[in-house]
Design a protein around this ligand. Structure first.
Ligand code: UTP
Length: 278
């Protein structure tokens, strides 16, 4: 059983300044819910109900969001405004929440290693909440968890991107063993188009075996002086132990303004308005 889901949420979100100067990027709202709530809903729907946040300074709002707000709830009790809190209240009842802090922003790989304290020695999911993933069927983390259960092998989510966009992602090379499921042979972090091994880009969903922690401990800082998760995954892939899966669903890069606006329009038209009966 995969129960834990790690949310590294310590990053500065510089691409969204000044909005993220004193507010976590993960609390930016897509229509009426913060990004991190979409991610937690995806984890809980997949049965990953132990939610582990790796936070940093200035990120308290995320932890507070998944806690009871006594004053507010007392104030609106019995009024028609209560319904607005139903979605997050349900999550608080379903999930267990824990957090630890990354005291220095040394990269995504370092944030994951910081989360070892909460995850321990078991397979776990990772959701980067600024990648908003939506699917009518099972969510992306659920699709990956299913592959992990079936194969016992770490698995990462990929999508095809245009050649001009490969330099924004980690990119894989691999052998397609089943439709959409690749055994990874190589990975490059943010390559120039001419150096990219494919157009299959890694996005912010992973289900990993705990052996990744030992590898991360030995992984030196890479691109931008940060400990890169991609470098550690490549070490694991070299032993044939990483799959990449072309997931079903849509993904929006909500760490960028364009992706965020696209996500907002999509959610408003396809989720919010239909929920209002319009
Ligand atoms: P990003 O590359 O999106 O970085 O990190 P960022 O700092 O959040 O945003 P920009 O690029 O400055 O605009 C990917 C994920 O890894 C987390 C981030 O919170 C985000 O979810 N992260 C990154 C950490 O938790 N710690 C780090 O040291 C770096």
């Amino acid at each position: 059983m995969i129960k834990k889901c790690l949310f590294p949420v310590a990053g500065y979100g510089t691409r969204f300044l000044p909005a993220t100067k004193s507010m976590p990027k993960e609390m930016l709202t897509v229509v009426n819910k913060p990004l991190v709530q979409y991610g937690v809903e995806e984890a809980l729907a997949a049965g990953l109900d132990e939610i582990c946040f790796v936070t940093g300074r200035g990120k308290r709002a995320i932890i507070d969001h998944f806690d009871v707000s006594y004053e507010l709830e007392h104030q609106i009790a019995g009024s028609n405004k209560e319904a607005y809190l139903t979605s997050v209240r349900n999550l608080i009842e379903q999930g267990k929440f824990a957090s630890t802090r990354q005291s220095e922003m040394k990269g995504l790989g370092h944030a994951i290693l910081t989360g070892e304290l909460l995850v321990g020695n078991q397979p776990f999911g990772i959701i980067l909440a600024d990648d908003l993933c939506l699917n009518e069927g099972p969510g992306v983390i659920s699709q990956l968890a299913e592959i992990y259960r079936r194969t016992g092998t770490s698995v990462i989510a990929i999508q095809e991107v245009g050649e001009q966009d490969v330099s924004k992602f980690g990119v894989i090379a691999g052998d397609e063993e089943e439709p959409g499921l690749y055994r990874v042979t190589d990975m490059v972090e943010k390559p120039e188009p001419e150096d990219a091994p494919s157009n299959l880009a890694i996005i912010g969903r992973y289900v990993l075996s705990p052996e990744i922690f030992d590898i991360l401990r030995e992984t030196p800082p890479g691109k931008d002086g940060e400990v890169q998760l991609t470098d550690a995954l490549l070490t694991l892939a070299k032993t044939g132990k990483v799959y990449a899966y072309k997931f079903d669903g849509k993904r929006f890069d909500c760490g960028s303004v364009d992706g965020f606006v696209e996500a907002t329009n999509h959610v408003y038209e396809n989720i919010y308005l239909p929920e209002q009966g319009e």
